[in-house]
Design a protein around this ligand. Structure first.
Ligand code: ZN
Length: 73
């Protein structure tokens, strides 16, 4: 997949990243999230599937007070 940043023509590479999201007014960091990352500018793209899965995971984890956890497939 090509990088989405304007002017950047690099090819994204599959990597795992730490992804921070605001959920229920808390910042939650999820580690080991699979993403497409540009080696040139560092912009990361999550697939729609990963985003949807992350939503469900946050909902399940929301009951605990944890502010960071690992992505579990
Ligand atoms: Zn780029």
């Amino acid at each position: 997949m090509k990088c989405q940043s304007p002017g950047c023509k690099a090819e994204n590479e599959p990597r795992t990243i730490s992804h921070s999201v605001i959920y229920l007014e808390r910042t939650v960091t999820v580690h080991q999230v699979p993403a497409e990352v540009c080696p040139e500018c560092g912009s990361a793209v999550l697939t729609e599937e990963t985003t949807l899965y992350l939503d469900g995971l946050l909902r399940r984890k929301a009951r605990s007070k944890a502010t960071s956890f690992a992505f579990e497939a």
